[in-house]
Structures are given as C-alpha cells and as structure tokens.
Design a binder for this molecule. Structure first.
Ligand code: CA
Ligand code: CA
Length: 246
C-alpha cells in the first residue's frame, strides 16, 4: 500500500511538471510533379515540376485500350521542423489540409531530407525510399488529417521533412495550397522539466530565485501555468517539482 502511494505521488508530480505547446508549420516549398509529356510516357515517373501552385491536383494515369490517356500527378511539400527548446520533445503530429474533387485511396510518404531543395529526384527518392509510407483514405470531406507515425517525429527536430502524396483514382483530387487551409503539420511538444529554468537537471534554489525575480510580471518564461502572470500558482508548481528532473 505504501509503495502505491509513493508511486501515485510521483506520477502526480510528473504530470504537474509537463508543459505542452501546440505548433503549426507550413511548407517552405511545395510542388506538383508530372511525368514527361510525351506519347506513352504520361503514366511513368520522372518529368517536370510545377512549383508552389495555388492548387495541387493529384491523380493517377488513365489507360484506354492499353494506351496512356492522361497524366499522373503527385503532390509534394517540404517542411522545416523547428528546433525544440532544450529538454522538450515532440509528442504528437498530424499532416492536415484542405481538399476538393474526387475521393478515394492513396499513399502518403515521409522522408527526412538533408536540404530544403525541391526537385523531381528528391520527390522520387521520398516515394521510392521513404522513411515511412502508408495507405490513406482521401475521403469526401473538405479537409484531410492523417497522423504522422512516431518513428518520424521522434527522429529529429530542426530538419527538413519531405511529405509526398499520391491518389489512386484516375479522377482528379485538388489539394488546397494557399491560405490557412493549405497543407501543414500540426504537432505538440512537451517540456519534460519546465521548472528547471537554468537546465542544470534539477529544480533547485536557483530556479526559485529566478521565478521570484520575475514575480508579478506578464508574458514571462517563468509563467508555468500559462495564465500570462507569474504568481503564487507558478511558485507552487515549481515547489511541487522541486528536486531532480524526471
Ligand atoms: Ca535548475
Ligand atoms: Ca502563472
């Protein structure tokens, strides 16, 4: 029984010390990729890019009687994942945006890139050798939202993430590529030990003094409970986390 109480107290401490923050990241580059426009090669890969179009139309190619009758198109975006502050980690991520037109199944591909360069070769590399890919359902709603696997967002921060999208239908789907509803990554990050202001691995007297130095101020990093004011609740939260960081 006593062990249970100790365990519960420890869990309670940990929860009160976690500070979550929501981030929205828009792409730094986007493109629609198309095959070469030649007779018979419109269903293939390779070809040209249309950079940052207002709408990215995505479809697969059409065959009639064995002949290729229409282009295949893919969508691609490069996101720069911001550097997380020290001792914080990404805990949740979604790829989301607006859409219209036809609906059906397809795939979304994720690959970490060494550069922010959008090129046909980089898109093909992301699709042929992704860090992760999976089937998705582009349903009839005006928006889409797919969870990004933890293996991707746990990999790195401060890097460039290529996301590519395909659509299995020969009818066109349009992905919004302007305004607030364009493709974006929404993610949460958590600071494991927010009361450790000087990042020395423990919540101690120096952190108490730092908070007291900002007591009564607004818009401060020492506002632990997010009410935009450094007050007694922040001090209590700090004292609750007093000791070594988890
Ligand atoms: Ca400290
Ligand atoms: Ca506060």
């Amino acid at each position: 029984m006593r062990h249970w109480l100790v365990a519960l107290a420890f869990v309670g401490c940990g929860l009160s010390g976690v500070q979550a923050e929501t981030h929205v990241v828009h792409p730094i580059e986007s493109a629609r990729t198309s095959p070469d426009s030649c007779w018979g090669c419109c269903c293939g890969t390779g070809g040209s890019l249309t950079m940052n179009p207002g709408t990215i139309d995505v479809k697969t190619c059409t065959y009639q009687g064995g002949y290729c009758m229409g282009d295949a198109h893919k969508g691609a975006w490069i996101f720069q994942i911001p550097e997380m502050v020290e001792d914080s980690e990404i805990t949740y991520m979604r790829f989301t945006g607006g859409r219209s037109g036809s609906w059906g199944t397809g795939y979304v591909y994720y690959k970490w890139m060494p550069t922010d360069s959008m090129s046909q070769a980089n898109i093909l590399d992301a699709m042929n050798d992704p860090d992760h890919y999976g089937p998705v359902s582009w349903n009839g709603a005006s928006t889409y939202s797919f969870s990004v696997p933890e293996s991707i967002y746990a990999a790195d921060s401060g890097g460039y993430l290529m996301v590519a999208a395909s659509f299995s239908s020969t009818y066109t789907m349009n992905l919004t590529n302007t305004g607030t509803n364009r493709a974006r990554l929404v993610f949460l990050s958590e600071v494991a030990c927010p009361s450790d202001f000087d990042s020395n691995g423990s919540v101690d007297v120096s952190d108490v003094l730092a908070l007291l130095g900002a007591y009564g101020s607004t818009g401060s990093d020492y506002d632990l409970d997010g009410d935009n004011y450094v007050g007694v609740n922040d001090l209590l939260q700090l004292l609750d986390a007093f000791g070594d960081c988890p």
